[in-house]
Design a binder for this molecule. Sequence first.
Ligand code: FE
Length: 176
Amino acid sequence: MMRTLLSFAFALFLLGCNQAQTSGESGASADTGQGPYIGLDGRKLQPVNKSDSEWKAELTAEEFRILRKKGTERAFTGDLLNNKKGGVYTCAACGLPLFSSDTKFKSGTGWPSFYAPYRSEHVAEEKDLSYGMVRTEVLCGRCGGHLGHVFPDGPEPTGLRYCINSASLDFEDRQP
Ligand code: FE
């Protein structure tokens, strides 16, 4: 009887270890759906996948046109173009930190411009051949929202110019 009880306890112990190991690994595993995204509070964020109708319910018509349908706001019309405050620019759709005010510069193009993303994992890039041009589209890494384009004519230290729609961004007035 004692032997049976001991075996049972040992089996429970093994099961417990196995579960602990599984949950310990899940944070690093790619197939759990966990993305490499860090929120402003330092917490890891999951990827966001929503349908057009879900986005339509959450975004303004202009945000939906730009973020979800790859639109572009008219030059010199965006409300963040001349924002000179220190802070963090986040995705207007999912809140992911995308750019720091430390990397914002005046490009003269009419759209907010940055020379680097907040974290490289937070933005995705895709080749864009629309309008007879070869450009590199910049998207939110977490929700896939269209942000703008990146060009190789920016200032030091990267030489890059992230040309971003104001409508794709929100601004958090806080330490970058
Ligand atoms: Fe996003």
